[in-house]
Design a protein around this ligand. Sequence first.
Ligand SMILES: Nc1ncnc2c1ncn2[C@@H]1O[C@H](COP(=O)(O)OP(=O)(O)OP(=O)(O)O)[C@@H](O)[C@H]1O
Ligand SMILES: [Mg+2]
Length: 256
Amino acid sequence: MSEHQGVLSVRSLSVSFGGLVALDRVDLDVAEGEIVGLIGPNGAGKSTLVNCAGGQLEPTSGSVALDGVPLTGKAPYRRARLGVGRTFQRVALFPELTVEAHLLAALRAGRQRPGRWSELVDHARPSAAEARQIDEMLGLVGLADQHDTQVTTLPLGACRLLEIARALIARPRVLLADEPSAGLDRRESAMLASVLAQLPAREIGVLLVEHDLGLVARVCDRVVVLDVGHVIAEGSFDGVMETAEVRRAYLGQGVA
Ligand SMILES: Nc1ncnc2c1ncn2[C@@H]1O[C@H](COP(=O)(O)OP(=O)(O)OP(=O)(O)O)[C@@H](O)[C@H]1O
Ligand SMILES: [Mg+2]
């Protein structure tokens, strides 16, 4: 595997933190409209990989490309404009802003120079076109009646769905979702699954990092299993869960 293929392609990606090798020559592809599950025990390197794709972290070696365009060295906002959308393992929203303001800022950030997010929303109400996109996106994630809600008052599950809406409103080519179901109740998890299931039709590829293996089994086309920085299996969910390597990696975590 050397040429960059697919929407997102990761080639021979290695990350060391001092003496700790968090990723060791990892290859991974996400095709257009494909949902790839990235699973593995705690500390396997899943968030490290997502951070290398999102631009929050530069790898020690190896490369990440979007539609064949190398992302190395590009700041997160530039990757976002190229089509990398993401959510964070720890929710990263602005408590003082409303739900609508987050989406408005994300829409406008794609068109303006990077600056403080508040500057993107202070000046003007949404145009009719912006309002339509915001309505559509909040409807998609089940937050249609929450336009003016301040994020401080939103439950965690709604925050996670808002993060997904914020990533999607910028029309990404690929969505990197780092444990989006953490802290969601059953209704919110069902909403998350239904949102993810609609992304292939929008030609958005998804890299889904998840500990909820039920969700992975339901929505993923393919699964890649990481363990201490190595890909130990990939293929269908049922196929990888049957391999001895994966059962061993999950031993003691109550999964296999
Ligand atoms: N900034 C950092 N500095 C030092 N070590 C780090 C840093 N970030 C991650 N690590 C280490 O790298 C390894 C991989 O971490 P990572 O967060 O990618 O795992 P993960 O698969 O996302 O785990 P989890 O399922 O718990 O979120 C772990 O050993 C972690 O302690
Ligand atoms: Mg993680």
